[in-house]
Design a protein around this ligand. Structure first.
Ligand SMILES: [Cu+2]
Length: 479
């Protein structure tokens, strides 16, 4: 079926399927749907959004039960780790100043815990404390208070129990945290269609036998069998011309990098790890490493297909190929007469100030030796403090990578501003908590150590590397 025929079929179909106002994307030549459609916003579509839990009167209270077993997958099921049988888990929507009271129940055979990736919150006690270990059959109540001045943005949660992180995250335990901000009320932005997109690449199997991994998998960082968006492989949906899409993406894969591009519409980068930026900018491609987030604005002007692709990316390593070929992540079918979509040129209140004057410098080295993954020549030791930080300092960190593989560097509690990198395309104008340090290369960023004391970690976000020791401990103390 040609493109024109297909569009006509879609438009005709819209009138034929009365009741749902639906757009049947079914049975189009060599492009069959294998996933049962669900109804979202009155349109027939296979795109699914995770369920959502919002805070009420400053409190978000919920239980997340870590389980293993079958989860829905297309017309069938697949074996997964999940929260309450749902992968991804529910989206948690909160405001600055809110308290998140989350009871984690562990029904797995291994220990787990909970990390709120990107949130500027205390890493101690029963807050975002990765030193907590919840054994099989146990439960733990996390109470995480967002500061009143917390920046809005796209954050996420996942297990962070050292030694089990890659398996549990690759298996599907992850969910989005959206922190609302005053700038979200920008009228053009508020009129956009917001979509959460949790990217993962699970192994597809009917039991847990898919999960033990080879030494090579652990060295390279395991990758799954195919890519899913909110647990669905290559979802499609229909949109109207003249509308603006706001996509909030997280790379929740344990190792896979996504080199993203969009065909059929412009792609504008409006924000990344630490929230929106004042001026959205049109981009051709975006590298999204494990742990990173992006906010994309997509104005839908013409009818036809819009495709979000991920391209092959070589992240280095011995005999490894990085992520597999070009992959379709999401396909939109735009319908309607051509209509210009409004796009915000400036988002008031989201501007990022340049970093303050530097008061000190620090260097950290990421290295590999056989199956040993290290920071500054050492593997993780929770009893050792590797970096002593002092509140009030503004430090320039230089992260070097002496290995043959890219490693995404992530630090807890803080957002930083990347100022320079050996691969210039990795320099982002926004606030970041995760950045790729290229094989044989380096990244410089400024860390403004303002206000939250405590002990936490920095690590490689290829989670197999973290599990094998590529993690260090910092402690921030009052001067
Ligand atoms: Cu790594």
């Amino acid at each position: 079926m040609s493109q024109i025929d297909r569009r006509r079929f879609l438009v005709l179909g819209a009138g034929v399927v009365v009741g749902a106002g639906a757009l049947p994307l079914l049975g189009c030549g060599s492009d069959p749907l294998t996933v049962s459609p669900t109804t979202t916003g009155g349109s027939l579509t296979t795109f699914r959004s995770p369920s959502e839990i919002s805070s009420v009167d400053g409190l978000l209270e919920t239980t997340l039960t870590a389980v293993s077993g079958m989860v829905p997958f297309g017309d069938s099921e697949r074996w997964a780790y999940s929260y309450d049988g749902s992968s991804p888990g529910p989206t948690l929507r909160v405001k600055p100043g809110d308290l998140m009271r989350i009871l984690v129940r562990n029904k797995l055979d291994n220990p787990t815990n909970l990390h709120t990736h990107g949130l500027h919150v205390s890493p101690e006690g029963n807050s975002d404390n990765v030193f907590v270990s919840i054994g099989p059959g146990e439960e733990f109540l996390f109470e995480i208070r967002l500061p009143e001045n917390h920046r809005g943005g796209t954050y996420w949660y996942h297990p962070h129990r050292h030694g089990y992180v890659a398996e549990q995250v690759a298996g599907g335990m992850a969910g989005m945290i959206l922190v609302e901000d005053d700038y979200d009320s920008d009228p053009v932005l508020a009129a956009a269609t917001e979509r959460v997109m949790v990217l993962n690449d699970p192994k597809i199997a009917s039991d847990s036998s898919a999960f033990p991994t080879s030494m090579m998998d652990r060295m390279m960082g395991r990758e799954g069998d195919l890519v899913t968006v909110n647990g669905v492989h290559h979802p499609r949906l229909s949109v109207s011309t003249g509308s603006l899409e706001r996509w909030r993406l997280v790379n929740a894969s344990s190792s896979r990098f996504y080199d993203l591009s969009l065909a059929g519409a412009p792609m504008m980068l409006a924000g990344n790890d630490g929230g929106l930026m004042g001026t959205p900018q049109e981009i051709d491609s975006l590298l999204l490493a494990p742990g990173e987030r992006a906010e994309l604005l997509v104005p839908v002007t013409d009818s036809g297909s819009i495709n979000l692709h991920s391209h092959y990316y070589n992240r280095g390593g011995m005999g490894g190929s990085g992520s597999a070929g070009t992959t379709d992540l999401v396909t939109l079918e735009a319908v309607g007469a051509p209509a210009q979509a409004a796009v915000p040129t400036r988002i008031k209140g989201a501007e990022i100030s340049p970093p303050p004057a530097i008061t000190g410098r620090r260097s950290v080295e990421m290295s590999m030796s056989g199956m040993s993954f290290r920071f500054d020549g050492k593997t993780f030791d929770p009893a050792r403090i590797d970096q002593h930080l002092v509140l009030g300092d503004v430090e320039e960190w230089t992260i070097t990578n002496t290995s043959m593989m890219d490693h995404p560097f992530h630090i807890h509690v803080w957002q930083f501003q990347v100022t320079d990198a050996s691969d210039r395309r990795l320099v982002s104008p926004g606030l970041k908590d995760t950045v790729v340090v290229p094989a044989g290369g380096w990244v410089k960023f400024v860390l403004n150590i303002t206000d939250i004391p405590g002990r936490a970690v920095y690590h490689c976000h290829i989670l197999d590397h973290e599990d094998q020791g590529m993690m260090g401990v910092f402690e921030a103390t009052v001067a």
